[in-house]
Structure formats: C-alpha cells, structure tokens
Design a protein around this ligand. Sequence first.
Ligand code: KG4
Ligand code: ZN
Length: 338
Amino acid sequence: MKNTYILAIESSCDDTSASVLCNDKVLSNEVANQEVHKQYGGVVPELASRAHLQNIVPVVAQALKKAGITKEELSAIAFTRGPGLMGSLLVGTSFAKSLAMGLNIPLIEVNHMQAHILAHFIEESQPKPEFPFLAMTISGGHTQIVKVNSFFDMEVLGETLDDAVGEAFDKTAKILGLPYPGGPLIDKYAQEGNPKAFTFSKPNIPGLNFSFSGLKTGILYFVQKNTEENPNFITEHLADICASVQHTIVEILMSKLKKAVKETGIKQVAIGGGVSANSGIRNALTALGQQYSWQTFVPKFQYCTDNAAMIGIVGYHKFLEGNFVAQEVTAQARLSFN
Ligand code: KG4
Ligand code: ZN
C-alpha cells in the first residue's frame, strides 16, 4: 500500500508544534516552547497567540526538513481544533486550512484530549493497549478518566469539577515561589524529599470525579502559617513540601484509577497528558499494575506534554477512514469527544 504522509499541527496552548508522520511512524516532531510566559507565572493568552504566529512557519519548515520530505509529498494536514485557548487554536487552524487549500489535499480536525490518549498508538515497537482500555488524561487543562472503546469511541467516566491536576502542581509551585510551569520542578525537588513529612487533606468527591481546588487552598494556608512562624520555612523544607504534595496528588489519582478498574472490570490502564511525565505518577502506576495484575501504559516523555506527533497519529487513523473536514471548519475552545 502507498505510504501516507501526514503533517500535523498543534497550537492549543503555549507550545507550537509540527510533526510529520509516515503512516503510524513519526519522522519529525518539532516543539517550540514559549518562554515569554515564565515571567507572568502562567500562560498569557494574547502573548501565546502572538508567539504561535511567529513560530508556526519556521516550526513547520523544520518538521518537513527533518522528515526529509517536501510539502508536495504530503497526503493530508491534521490540526488541533480544540479544546484549548481560542487565540492559540486559531493560529494552527488557519495555517492548516490555508496550507491544505494551497496544496489541494484533505484537512483533518483533531481533538487535543483524544490525541493525548491515542499517542499510545504511535508505532515505536512498544506494547499498545487493546480496546477497551482505561485512560487517565492529566494535563494543565484537564483531568479525566476515559473508557476508550475504539479509536473514536470514548466515554468520559469522571473528570475534575474545578482545577486540573496540572494546575494543582503549577499553583503549588507558584505558592512556593517557583517559576511557571512548576510541575516539572515539584517533581524534581520531590525526589530528594520525604513524601510523609507533611500531610494534606484529600478531597472526598463521589464517583470517578476529581477536585483539586481544596488541596491548593490547604497548601496555601499550610505555607502561610509555617512561614509566619519561620520565614525560611520554604527554603528549609522545599524538598519535603514538594514530596508530600506530590505524594498526596498521586494518592488522589491512584485511588480513582483503582475505583475505575473495579467498576469497569477493565485492567488495561494508560495515562496521557503533560502531567503523565511526573515520575511519582509513573512509578505509582507501574507499582499498582504489578500489585493488581493490570497492564499499564506510560507514554514516552516527548509524547506526554503537548506535541504534534499525537495529533498526527489521530490524523493518520482518520485518514484511513476518509474522515476529513471542509474549509468551513473553525477552532473550538470547548470541544467534547463525540
Ligand atoms: O499536556 P500539557 O503539555 O498541556 C496541556 O494540555 O495542559 O500539560 C502541561 C502540564 C503543566 O501543568 C505542567 O506543569 C505539567 O503538565 N507537567 C508536570 C510534569 N511535566 C509537565 N507536572 C508534574 N510533573 C511533571 N514532571
Ligand atoms: Zn495537552
């Protein structure tokens, strides 16, 4: 069969990314991170869209160059339609539409959260989940447990009622005076700390839903109180605070996963999204898998945080189905699965 070459574009938040896939294999996956947000302690939407505009042409050119193909060889263009920041999504969407029109090739819309899940199907000779499986998507914008029945049939079994787990990491980091995005830094310091040094109360949310806003407030009061007594409290106990917060978050996530497995009887469990780069979460999932005989799936680091390769793998499977969209398609900040 003839090879399919997909150019994929991701611009839903603060990473501009382009990737070229040959069938289900990644030939290139370029990501331009936007440093500009660091000084503001979070993503500033207007600055994000401006940076996407600056990045998109060179990032796409680099992805094609690394893949060693010309744009005339492309079979289709896939892009993130949503969910995400409207201004950011518009840049990738408009670019993808124009290029597809110029090249006269099909255009494929991709749901960002579906892509975090289907990233597991990028071919790198690794074991892949079989349908149906459970996927926990944990990112800066989302926290969901999803039952994945097939590539395009997904059911959300539970989700956060307030903050996403990535926000819990990033807001904790901000309270501790660490720069944005703080998740990776908490992970780093946690590795040198005692996870049982401090305890934080966990939310009591029914079913498979989550809540992280109470934890954030609890951490804020804890830090304020201790800093009043000892102004050097954070610096003296940074590793222990990070380890204890991470441990609490890991326990919240894992207890819901155990519940989801129990309720569905599905023992194949995958994680996806930026927060699945977290070492505590990766280790805990692997340990639970061994304890309860689950098959667990953890993506490579480069496919955890936002990247266009995951958009490309969804694009490839939609291409096989002939699932294309017309030029009338628009970006959608809120976009559900089905
Ligand atoms: O999926 P992603 O790149 O973007 C969104 O779609 O939101 O996720 C970004 C989130 C940020 O909140 C970041 O702090 C978090 O993922 N993150 C981590 C780690 N690496 C990235 N959180 C905890 N530990 C990490 N190692
Ligand atoms: Zn994401």
